[in-house]
Design a protein around this ligand. Structure first.
Ligand code: PLP
Length: 403
């Protein structure tokens, strides 16, 4: 495949597989391809590598190896956690989550509402922060599970999940956290936390797409989503994805060893980009800038312009970023995260997420600082929003020609 110069600033969407992880995986496709459940030596030899990977992933989050259940992705882990809690406590018909979760949690909750469960969606403030007093009021003896993300994928805002878990535990409900954006970027130690279940996904920290983990605390009530064979101690049936699990183990090891220095590096790039854009572009605001955030994420809104238009023009310059708004079904709605944070209308449509990894360089930052200001200027000059009359619905989509 042609590989044009890519300035990849969309690492919360997915990351490059670390060469070390790819190399660790390679033998498990064509050489050590035995089934780890087989009785013979060829399968048994593979089992040893699964155990090693389980140990490495556990070490990254301060969990025991037997608390690690390999899944296919973060979404599967989220679904498994919620359904498990509902089956473990069939008499409890209430769920608590937040308004800013990933669709992997939100859409399960919406479906459950349609099936008769009651769901409380906790609000966030203007910086995207959660108020734990709201959580205390929301959890009742009817609550089966509380699911609160560790870090938000759009803004990088970090929630105090360990404190939340203690509150929830004291009230007798299960606590799950979607830590897909946090694992590999923040130090996590579940040893003394009251977190019952945690979702992570390999492709967010330099393992391949299609491998995830659900951490299940020892002693927590659990009911499997996938039923069949005895793999994963009966908690997730299906022959293990050995090469990907090995790749995940390697990526976990790299993250644990390098996190501290990589975070300093990545935060330096992020902060320089953020400061440069806010300085050179008028009416730009950092969403969640006043909150504790992931070191790699900046979500910046530009007034009177529309996120998708910015992304397309950046993409023409080889720059990959992301926007939260979804121009679907004839509506041009800002993302649910921007709406929940009550970002002003004139800014909410123009939010762009830049997310870094250790593979980014100062040149990537320079490229955005050079290319983005004239893009915003051009878009503002033709903006149908700039006269103070934002367009909505199909008109807006027609106007932007790229829905
Ligand atoms: N949860 C969060 C916070 C995410 O950012 C993502 C992916 O973007 C997911 C869940 C889903 O993970 P996966 O792509 O592995 O299914």
């Amino acid at each position: 495949m042609e590989n044009p110069k890519v300035i990849y600033l969309d690492n919360n969407a997915t990351t490059r597989v670390a060469p070390e992880a790819a190399e660790a995986m390679r033998p498990f496709f064509t050489e050590a391809y035995g089934n780890p459940s087989s009785m013979h030596f060829f399968g048994g030899g593979v089992q040893k590598h699964l155990d090693e990977a389980r140990q490495k992933v556990g070490a990254l989050i301060g969990a025991a190896p037997e608390e690690i259940v390999f899944t296919s992705c973060g979404t599967e882990s989220d679904s498994t956690a919620i359904w498990s809690a509902l089956r473990a406590y069939p008499e409890k018909k209430h769920i608590v989550t937040t308004k800013v979760e990933h669709p992997g949690v939100l859409n399960v909750c919406k479906f459950l509402e349609s099936q008769g469960w009651r769901v409380t969606y906790l609000p966030v403030d203007g910086e995207g922060r959660l108020n734990l007093e709201d959580l205390k009021l929301a959890v009742t003896p009817e609550t089966a599970i509380v699911s609160i993300m560790w870090a938000n994928n759009e803004t990088g805002v970090v929630f105090p999940v360990e404190e939340a878990a203690r509150i929830v535990h004291a009230k007798g409900a299960l606590f799950h956290t979607d830590a897909v954006q946090a694992v590999g970027k923040l130090p996590i130690n579940l040893k003394d936390a009251r977190i019952d279940m945690l979702s992570l996904s390999g492709h967010k920290f330099h393992a391949p797409k299609g491998i995830g983990v659900l951490y299940v605390r020892k002693g927590a009530r659990f009911s499997p989503f996938m039923m069949g064979g005895h793999q994963e101690r009966g908690r997730r049936a299906g022959t293990e994805n050995v090469p990907y699990i090995v790749g995940l183990g390697k990526a976990a090891e790299l993250a644990l060893n390098n996190m501290e220095k990589e975070n300093v590096y990545v935060k330096g790039l992020r902060d320089r980009l953020q400061a440069g854009l806010v300085k050179t572009i008028k009416n730009a605001r950092v969403n969640g800038g006043g909150a504790e955030r992931l070191p790699n994420t900046a979500n910046i809104s530009f007034e009177y312009v529309e996120g998708e238009s910015i992304l397309i023009m950046l993409s023409e310059k080889g720059i990959c970023a992301s926007s939260g708004s979804a121009c679907t079904s004839g509506s041009l709605e800002p993302s649910h995260v921007m709406l929940s944070m009550a970002v002003p209308q004139t800014y909410a449509h123009g939010s762009i997420r830049f997310s870094f990894s250790v593979y980014n360089t100062g040149e990537d930052v320079d490229a955005v600082l050079k290319e983005l200001p004239p893009i915003i200027e051009r878009l503002r000059a033709i903006s149908p929003f700039a006269d103070g009359k934002p367009l909505f619905g199909m008109d807006a989509c027609e106007a932007h020609k790229h829905c």
